[in-house]
Design a binder for this molecule. Structure first.
Ligand code: C2E
Ligand code: MG
Ligand code: MG
Ligand code: MG
Length: 284
């Protein structure tokens, strides 16, 4: 009995490892095929970002979706890292920026809102990034000031030394820069404030912890205070409950995003949430 059970996990592990590798390989291959055949199965969803005070929509974050022909819906947390290991991320980045800016500008009711798009580490180091952003702005007629690129804290830390120059060039185009998932990496606000960053998005664990401890509230509160001191505004990510919504507002977070307010959906489905009266809409 002992002998067989000592063998089983080993064999099991090998099988799982092989299945893992096969899945990764087929995802890479099928993603490549999808991107080369008119982005079949790929589409964008958008999640509202709201002002914490009155829950009015100030921005939307574009999130890529993929309906695989046989695997069904594959999460970007699975296929983006695979794409990042290959040249596929360049095709994805190009597709996302073009599609999102085109869809956004085609909807007139978005005129007072900001469009946020995610940018991975490899895209940030790609020399064609600036011309790609410029082309997307020109082709869609998008106001660059209404475009915001989200870069994760870890992408910035792992990126090459040109990252600050690249960020400055993006800012030069009039585009905003946001730091995504702040608090998951090792950088401090002390390193970030020198960069041309206008928005700090705190990682979900900060909001999760709000219901569990008073210390969590103090930590988020001091991040917000420091961000404000250095001229950044803060988005609290992953708000799922009314009590978390009240707390992020209580610690003076400017904006919030999460299932409590709205889940990612088609752009059209967000239109009814955006009030017609744009005159005193807070700016993202
Ligand atoms: P992210 O940029 O931090 O996006 C937020 C993620 O949190 C999204 O997951 C969103 O659906 C999810 N989320 C929002 N509110 C809540 C909430 O209240 N609770 C929970 N549990 N989750 C919430 P999603 O769409 O699966 O995307 C995951 C990650 O994949 C993104 O994290 C981003 O890093 C990456 N990603 C997605 N689309 C793109 C893209 O077009 N380009 C790049 N480079 N990365 C992308
Ligand atoms: Mg993001
Ligand atoms: Mg995030
Ligand atoms: Mg907020």
């Amino acid at each position: 009995k002992l002998e067989s059970s000592s063998r089983t996990p080993y064999v099991h592990f090998r099988v799982e490892q092989r299945e893992d590798l096969q899945r990764r390989q087929s995802i890479e291959q099928d993603l490549r095929e999808a991107l080369h055949s008119g982005a079949r199965g790929l589409f964008m969803e958008y999640q509202p970002i709201v002002a914490t005070g009155d829950h009015r929509v100030v921005a939307v974050e574009a999130l890529l979706r993929w309906d695989h022909p046989t695997l069904g819906r594959v999460s970007p947390t699975e296929f983006i890292p695979i794409a990042e290991m290959t040249d596929l991320i360049d095709l994805i980045g190009d597709h996302v920026v073009r599609t999102a800016t085109t869809e956004f500008t085609a909807a007139p009711w978005t005129s007072g809102l900001t469009l946020c798009v995610n940018m991975s580490r490899r895209e940030l180091t790609d020399r064609r990034l600036l011309s790609r952003l410029t082309a997307a702005i020109e082709e869609s007629g998008m106001d660059p000031g209404r475009l915001c690129v989200e870069i994760t804290e870890s992408a910035l830390a792992e990126g090459d030394s040109r990252a600050p120059v690249t960020l400055a060039a993006i800012r030069e185009l009039g585009i905003q820069v946001a730091i995504d998932d702040f608090g998951t990496g090792a950088s401090s606000l002390n390193q970030l404030y020198r960069l041309p960053i206008s928005i700090l998005k705190t990682a979900k664990p900060f909001v999760d912890a709000l219901d569990e401890s008073v210390e969590a509230r103090a930590i988020l509160s001091s991040i917000v205070a420091m961000a404000h001191t250095t001229g950044m505004r803060v988005v609290a990510e992953g708000v799922e409950t009314s009590s978390q919504a009240a707390k992020v507002s209580g610690v003076d977070c400017d904006f919030a995003q999460g299932y409590y307010y709205a889940t990612p959906t088609s752009l059209d489905a967000i239109a009814p949430l955006v009030t017609r009266d744009d005159t005193d809409r807070p700016t993202h």
